[in-house]
Design a protein around this ligand. Structure first.
Ligand code: XBP
Ligand code: MG
Length: 254
């Protein structure tokens, strides 16, 4: 059965947005609201256990800042904080500070030329996806993706499979015809939970994650001049991910 579509996670997969993007934007929002909360690089790694910005703020207060006394309007404050955080994040991306990871632009262009269908499945807010694609990929690149499944369109975020299931349903596509690209344990639980074969490119926050079941675990997608490191999987002697390698992975028995 031919490979028909590629579905990409965003944060950590298309670009390293967490440490120098989302984290910085959360802290800017806390500052704006007069809160003395500060998420340093290490703490943020722990907070990534929970996906979704609003969910992550609740997790922080409940697990790491238990002396904080929630006001009656705490939930509303979280919503307002998250709006501010999205504004800070999209402004930061507009400055063009966060590039796509190695191999991403090349592979997306090749896939598009070859007629593969492209989609996105992410827990982040839709505006954030738009800002990243526009500023770090190409001005019109939102149109490269047939479906952008993002944020609160489904109530239960990764590791639940719902966001991938939603994208597949929208595309009227069976999981067996696609490959997913992820960077985290929550991500692969979600993609594999919806039946998708999944390729992992790790990052500093996800090196110790459990990627059991991944078709391959790589440092990144690689470039002809910048080979990837292989942590697991058969890469057919290649040093970067190209369409032939994707076809090979797709043809492997489950
Ligand atoms: C991404 C996330 C998101 C972002 C913040 O996970 O966990 O919560 O950090 O996004 P994944 P929002 O890569 O697995 O989709 O603040 O917009 O929710
Ligand atoms: Mg991710």
């Amino acid at each position: 059965m031919a490979l028909e579509a590629l579905i990409f996670d965003v944060d950590g997969t298309l670009a390293d947005t967490e440490r120098d993007g989302h984290r910085v934007a959360f802290n800017a929002a806390f500052h704006e609201f007069g809160l003395d909360w500060n998420w340093d690089v290490e703490l943020y790694g722990k907070l990534l256990a929970v996906t979704g910005g609003k969910e992550r703020m609740n997790y922080f207060v409940d697990q790491f800042h238990t002396q904080y006394e929630k006001s009656a309007d705490f939930d509303d404050m979280v919503i307002a904080l998250h709006k501010a955080k999205t504004r800070h994040y999209t402004e930061l991306l507009a400055q063009g500070g966060i590039p796509m990871r190695p191999g991403v632009v090349r592979l997306l262009n090749d896939a598009k030329k070859a007629g593969l269908r492209l989609a996105i499945a992410t827990t982040t807010t839709p505006e954030n996806v738009t800002a990243l694609l526009k500023n770090s990929l190409a001005a019109d690149s939102e149109n490269w993706f047939e479906v952008i499944a993002a944020g609160d369109i489904i109530p239960v975020k990764k590791p639940a499979p719902d966001i991938y299931v939603w994208a597949l349903e929208k595309m009227k596509l069976d999981a067996s015809k696609c490959l997913a690209f992820e960077d985290s344990e929550n991500g692969i639980k979600s993609s594999m939970g919806s039946g998708l074969k999944t390729v992992i490119t790790i990052n500093d926050y996800t090196t110790t994650h459990d990627f059991t079941g991944a078709i391959a675990v790589l440092s990144d997608l690689g470039e002809p001049e910048q080979p990837f490191n292989v942590l697991a999987g058969d890469v057919q002697g290649k040093s970067y991910v190209d369409l032939d390698l994707l076809e090979h992975w797709h043809s492997l028995p489950v």
